[in-house]
Design a protein around this ligand. Sequence first.
Ligand code: NAD
Ligand code: AHE
Ligand code: ZN
Length: 369
Amino acid sequence: MKSRAAVAWEAGKPLSLEEIDVQGPKAGEVLVRMVATSVCHTDAYTLSGKDPEGLFPSVLGHEGAGIVEEVGEGVTGLVPGDHVIPLYTAECGKCKFCLSGKTNLCSSVRATQGKGLMPDGTSRFSLDGKPIHHYMGCSTFSEYTVLPEVSLAKVSKEAPLDKICLLGCGVTTGIGAVLNTAKVEPGATVAVFGLGAIGLAVIQGAQMAKASRIIAIDVNPDKFELARQFGATEFVNPKDYNDPIQQVIVDLTDGGVDYSFECIGNVNVMRSALECCHKGWGESIIIGVAGAGEEISTRPFQLVTGRVWKGSAFGGVKGRSELPGYVQRYMDGEIKIDEFVTHNMAFDKINEAFELLHAGESIRTVLHY
Ligand code: NAD
Ligand code: AHE
Ligand code: ZN
């Protein structure tokens, strides 16, 4: 079939709107009609050429929601008409990772996913006979996309797809990093570096966890008002200080915070986020994604004296088991999503959505097919 799609032909160039060919679902696969997608900074990162797994040409996009159009042979858990959220972290329920009880990372389709292919090692996308890669197992920047069944969370048909698409990455990642990865406890102090969708969702999670102080840090002070609405209690712009930002936070918090979160993808800020944690117990969670070849460093003494460095992928959330519950909590008013949507646009304006993100003017732009 034909599908409207935004194709990334090469790194550093705007996406190109094309009518691509999409093959129907093979065994274990599902054809989904995307209804809405948004743009996460990770899409911009891969398009920039800094992602070691980045492939071109490809159909990017991993934060979306849609409706099942057709299922392949052997698909038992989904039927046409079901509402779904694509998952870049699959959940097969059977692999060593899924059975470990220790992680949300699933190995069932990850190897082929990283090569931009479906589990059988081929692509369902092409243009003029030339194959186009999939991306993060999702490719939500195509109106019709094909995913493995294990990469789809079935959710309530009552929920608006143009809002719950944000549960496909940003909102879930931030809340999950607080509740699952850090397990922030009531009364804890929290510092959040970077106030895009991920940082704001961390703030929301910290408020849900009843943190006593939530310090919001960004070099763009325009982000502070929304951070306040999500529950941040203090606001710090590193540009206002001569001291290193970790020293500023340590001074503000009688020796450091209990938990910090890096939501930018800057390895220097990752170091600051670790070093602003309290001696003996402070934990720093890396959420931001850094470019190829970049590495983190600190004095080992920081860890010897009790600080802990952790990372979080999709907030430690197991998508098929847990996303339906996130959707329900949104419907019940317990999780905010609408507030992240600063812009709504037609899908063909997708390059404007990237520009707004780069300019720091949007939190999330939802694109409507
Ligand atoms: P975003 O661009 O909307 O937000 C980043 C924010 O960081 C901006 O507000 C920017 O002003 C701020 N910032 C930039 N440099 C800074 C500095 N030196 N000090 C303080 N603030 C600074 O991005 P986003 O969509 O919220 O994504 C944030 C990061 O999280 C990206 O690296 C993205 O790839 C990553 N991410 C990771 C996961 C995961 O599962 N681990 C999931 C989603 C996104
Ligand atoms: N491809 C990059 C890694 C990118 C990365 O870390 N991705 C995050 C999700 S970002 C969503 O916006 C993640 O969950 N990673 C776990 C995984 O299995 O990819 C690289 O460095 O190779
Ligand atoms: Zn993302």
